[in-house]
Design a binder for this molecule. Sequence first.
Ligand code: PLP
Length: 400
Amino acid sequence: MTQETGRPKDDATRVVSAGRRKEWAGGIVNPPVWRASTILYDSVAELRERVSDTHHRLFYGRRGTPTQWALADALTELEPGAEGTFLYCSGVAALAAALLSVLSPGDELLLVDTAYDPTRSMANGLLKRMGITTRFYDPMIGAGIADLIGDKTRAILMESPGSLTFEVQDIPAIVAAAKARGVTTLLDNTWATPLLFPAIAHGIDLSVLACTKYVVGHSDVMLGSVTAAPGQFGRLRDTSLQLGQVASPDDCWLGSRGLRTMAIRLKQHEASALTIARWLQEQPEVAAVLHPALPDCPGHDFFVRDFKGASGLFSFTLAGGNEAARAALIDGLELFGIGYSWGGFESLALPVDPMRYRSVTRRDDAGPMVRLQIGLEHVDDLIADLSAGLARFRTAASTR
Ligand SMILES: *Cc1c(COP(=O)(O)O)cnc(C)c1O
């Protein structure tokens, strides 16, 4: 999107204007909730004509209403070069539909070892049962992925930065190796969103978001999306319709509402998270901070080269201590909630144990790991809270 001056529009502007079509919602700014199952036609002829209509016209509730189309359209617009977006009732549902649109029995999937745990479960459960095998790969493999691509390899699913440990992959090198062999590339782009990593522009075929996180942004809706590169949308849409996928209009309405502030929220998440990450690095109780924007993060150079910024989720490891000392740190936090998910306006702290979910890579961490989602509270208040937490950790670790 460029203005008449030729100047590319800023992300903050694009998230405000994307997908807002007057023909769908009149002049209403955020398209209202259009709930529907049955759509009535004037005649049998009109009913017959609509069956094969793949354009945005009301047909039957499962094919959506302007409430869903507006959000899907906005997400497509935010991925320069994309053909279309399909929405799902959760991020995991989006991953399942994307994978099933590409893979058939006998095929092999290459999956990054640092994938989100439920993605790993899907590969080892549902996909395996369908006769689809999975090979896990080291997130730092880069162009070396070519050696893993065999006759049966049909797809590569990346997630960058990696879940819990935040390794950044050399996505252009992996995409190049995949393209050379006709292998479809998928990326779980939830951490960066298209604003910080435009996946389709980087050659990804199917870009998956757990919209539950930053798109919704308020910890009150489950939602997922898959945005497809040119030529990839047809089979994604067909598979999704065959699976009966439809995201609820109420949830999509909240998704659209959240999206409009995503750019400005991300900027604040980024700034506060970086301040806290750098502060944690200075604390004697902390052994390591795992954040893509820090130079010692594996793949940091790829982060600098490919990403437009960081979001608000990262981890740190404690210098020694045990499970009880980690719990002492987390349990007493005032501003950080203890809970799954992230991307909302509020901060969260989670005990994480990445080695439970790795099969081809190893880590030797000095102590237990904590994952932080940095919310929109004032950063000084969050640091004070964490500082008290580290003091509790110190006491618990020395009196065991
Ligand atoms: C949360 C998450 C998902 C799944 O999204 P849900 O909406 O919770 O199903 C997928 N990938 C990543 C990286 C996530 O953090």
